[in-house]
Unconditional design. Structure first.
Length: 687
């Protein structure tokens, strides 16, 4: 409304205290949650698993902004109401608030226009109440632009800051930023300065400095950063040089030390022709630590690398090549030996369209790295400390008061050679339209078109230097993860009629931490036809199988066939109905136990464009399922045995592209369960 923009909202998660959706509402779980209150550590089931507390959150807020891009003031205020456990009456609801405010201004003219330069500034403040627990604790005013001001969902925090800038000439000037934050970790202050010339990515002479101090009641910790970048074109060359440094205080045992790093990137791009660009860059980094203020700095990491780029854009295609190489030597503390790691990355993307009507793309990528493997590190837990252990039979963490080992992170395993891990991918697509390729072509061939695509990807640690991935399922099965996707389509179109047949086959395999391998394969055939009057016929058939195996032993096998024919009938140009029938038959086995599922689902859909900017769409579906599959099976599509009704509707309204509103309704009725309904409303006004 003029220079004023506003947005207001209110939302609440709705749930039934007797049948919350967050967990299976069995009697034992309800009893445990009633006695747990807001203490999640007390909500432990009989099997040792921790139950999620069914919480309920409500929020209301308003955003205001007055002004234009030069001078403005904005605020964001929110209030929340939170119940950590709606099943229990032991806890109490808590309310809190969150607010931000900022303002900015700009004045003056550049020296070239007779002024003293252009001045700009901004102020921002933020307050987070300790009791605030809203749906969206995100700062919309830009105070979270750096890692220092990250927004958290809970915890009290106060923040204030300001920024000022002076631009002598367009792209030449300096800026400074001051801010402070007070939260549970103590006081944090930050100051930053940036000055120099910044006209574009290839025309920069910039330097910046940042200072951060954190005071948590012990010894203050200081962190400093600096960054300088030079880039200026010299004929066909565009050289650049960038230097960055950082020092940070750190506690080592009971003494104060430092850690520091310096990073250098230098190189140049070259354009020998208007359609060709080359680039070569090198980088190096050095990390060091000081165990105490009086001791010297000692290196803990050294890295060198290079990056090469080529981009060619002729009239009939394009080619983009890139290679990245890096070697790193690290040691956790100066007294340990150096451990070397290497990584290499190459990628190529090519597109070609030599003639009108023929177009293709191809992509290749190879990533290889050599690293030292890590193994688990354990600490001994004293008896009677109430610790937890991992139950290998139940595969869950359970309480343990016995003196035992507990995980304490990882450590490098220097007893084994380095691991060579590789990731490879290759994909391509070709599309052909004879009518555009041969303008004088007539007949049926002129109305045909086709597309083929292929995509292969795999990762392994077999220490092989193979450049391309495997193209067959047997080769992909030897990978840690593997995937292939093949497909094609042929269509015939004349005037307003169209007939299309497409086929797609997807294959995927992956390994789990328990040495089990999952293979998933699907094939789909689709037939789509359209007439001049707008009627459409779609026939979709799919076949898939899922297999879990371990050490040449099949753990689970599932296979299904499905069909989904539907007809879209255009009653009027603005009204279309779409009846259809979804059918699925599936079988499976696990541990010599056979199971299966059968689904029959007739459905009908409606889509209509109504007067006065209204649009209506809806669907009704009845799924009759016979299911004896085990829990976790894909065969039943999530439907229980019996008849399930599902209905949905949506209504949209728009007025002159300024006001938009939408309402969506969903209802689902499962066997031996009450109706579940969901209604959502949304309205927007744009001025």
């Amino acid at each position: 409304s003029g220079r004023l923009q506003w947005q207001a909202w209110a939302a609440r998660e709705s749930d039934d205290a007797n049948r919350p959706l967050a967990y299976v509402p069995d009697s034992s779980s309800r009893r445990i949650l009633r006695e747990a209150g807001s203490d999640s550590g007390s909500a432990i089931g009989m099997d040792g698993q921790i139950l999620a507390l069914p919480s309920q959150t409500g929020e209301a807020g308003i955003r205001l902004r007055l002004g234009d891009s030069g001078t403005w003031i904005a605020t964001d205020l929110r209030a929340s109401d939170f119940d950590p456990n709606i099943v229990s009456s032991l806890d109490t609801r808590r309310s809190g608030w969150f607010g931000t405010a900022s303002t900015g201004w700009r004045a003056g003219q550049h020296v070239g226009r007779g002024g003293w330069g252009r001045f700009s500034g901004s102020l921002r403040t933020q307050r987070l109440d300790a009791r605030y627990h809203g749906l969206s604790a995100t700062d919309t005013l830009g105070a979270a632009s750096t890692g220092l001001w990250d927004i958290v969902r809970t915890g009290e925090r106060t923040l204030a800051g300001g920024e000022g800038a002076w631009e002598f000439l367009p792209g030449i000037g300096l800026s400074t930023d001051l801010a402070g934050k007070n939260d549970a970790s103590g006081w944090t202050t930050r100051s930053a300065t940036r000055f120099g010339l910044d006209k574009s990515a290839t025309q920069q002479i910039l330097s910046g400095w940042e200072w951060i101090r954190k005071d948590d009641g012990l010894h203050p910790l200081v962190q400093t950063r600096s960054n300088s970048r030079y880039a200026w074109p010299l004929g066909k060359f565009a050289p650049s040089l960038e230097l960055g440094t950082e020092t940070r205080d750190r506690w080592t045992a009971d003494s104060l030390g430092n850690q520091a790093w310096v990073n250098l990137v230098a190189g140049s791009s070259w354009r020998p022709a208007t359609d060709l660009e080359l680039g070569l860059f090198g980088n190096g980094r050095r990390d060091a630590i000081r165990s105490s203020v009086s001791s010297p700095l000692e290196d803990t990491a050294r890295a060198i690398g290079s990056n090469t780029r080529l981009k060619w854009t002729p009239r009939s295609g394009d080619l983009d090549l890139e290679a990245d190489w890096k070697t790193t030597r690290i040691r956790q503390i100066p007294s340990l030996p150096w451990i070397e790691t290497r990584s290499w990355l190459g990628s190529a993307t090519a597109g070609f369209w030599p003639w009108n009507g023929l177009r293709g793309t191809a992509r290749w990528k190879l990533s290889s790295s050599s690293y030292q493997p890590e193994i688990a590190r354990y600490d001994t837990v004293p008896a009677g400390t109430g610790s937890y252990r991992f139950d290998t039979l139940l595969r869950v963490v359970v309480p343990s008061d016995e003196g035992d080992l507990r995980p304490a992170g990882t450590r490098l395993d220097t007893t084994r050679p380095a691991v060579l891990a590789s990731q490879r991918s290759l994909s391509g697509e070709v599309e052909l339209e004879p009518r555009r390729l041969f303008p004088k072509l007539r007949g049926v061939l002129a109305d045909l078109g086709g597309r083929l695509h292929a995509d292969f990807e795999e990762s392994d640690s077999s220490r092989t230097d193979r450049v391309l991935p495997h193209f067959d399922d047997g080769g992909l099965a030897n990978s840690i993860t593997g995937r292939s996707d093949l497909g094609g389509a042929i269509w015939w179109s004349v005037e307003r009629k169209r007939l299309e047949v497409s086929w797609n086959r997807a294959y995927a395999i992956q390994s789990s931490p328990y040495l089990a391998r999952t293979r998933d394969m699907t094939e789909q055939l689709r037939w789509t036809s359209a007439t001049r009057s707008g009627h459409r016929l779609e026939l979709v058939g799919a076949h898939g199988d899922l297999r879990d195996s371990q050490a040449d032993r099949t753990l689970r096998l599932e296979e299904y066939w499905s069909a989904d024919p539907s007809v879209a009938v255009r009653i009027r140009p603005s009204i279309e109905i779409r009846p259809g029938w979804y059918s699925k038959r599936a079988t499976g086995s696990i541990a010599s136990t056979e199971f299966g599922a059968t689904l029959q689902a007739p459905y009908a859909g409606l889509r209509a464009t109504l007067p006065r900017g209204l649009a209506l769409q809806g669907e009704v579906r009845r799924v009759s399922a016979k299911v004896d599959a085990l829990a976790g099976s894909r065969l039943s599509d999530g439907y229980p045995s019996g008849a399930t009704w599902r209905a949905s509707a949506g209504l949209e309204w728009s007025w002159k592209d300024h006001v938009q509103a939408r309402a969506d309704w969903l209802a689902r009725k499962e066997p031996q369960s009450p109706w579940f309904q969901k209604l959502s409303l949304e309205a927007k006004a744009i001025f």
